[in-house]
Design a protein. Structure first.
Length: 135
């Protein structure tokens, strides 16, 4: 009697695995991709902060601030960022708000090449500080 019951359940584990495995692996890949997106967003936030700290200096230029922000992102394995500094720190007077925006298309940093997962999205971070100096 026991043998007969065991024979009826011989393929149940394989069928259960075939049903559950795709959903499980999709969830795992989704969590990994979400973690990657959050990590890249934090890198962009820090890069914009570092860039604006450079831009508010007394003798800083737009190209210096862009280079510092881009180098920070490159150092964190996020290459190809677009850095925008407004207004030009070299011509801005003391007390002027300077904004640094760092962005990158999500497709450029995604580990999963999928157009339906965050396809077309752009990750972006902005930091604003006042230019140093005396009036």
């Amino acid at each position: 009697m026991r043998r007969r019951h065991r024979a009826l359940r011989s393929g149940v584990a394989a069928v259960e695995f075939a049903i559950v495995a795709p959903v499980f692996f999709l969830l795992v890949i989704g969590f990994v991709e979400l973690g990657r997106g959050l990590m890249v967003q934090q890198v962009l936030t820090n890069a914009s902060r570092v860039g604006v700290r450079e831009a508010i200096g007394l003798h800083s230029t737009q190209s210096e601030a862009e280079a510092v922000a881009s180098d920070y992102a490159d150092g964190c394995s996020v290459s190809g960022v677009v850095v925008n500094v407004t207004p030009d720190p070299a011509t801005a007077s003391a007390g002027t708000e300077i904004t640094v925006t760092v962005s990158i298309p999500y497709a450029d940093v995604s580990w999963v090449p999928s157009p339906w997962f965050m396809g077309g999205s752009t990750l972006e971070a902005t930091s604003t500080m006042r230019k140093e100096g005396f009036e």
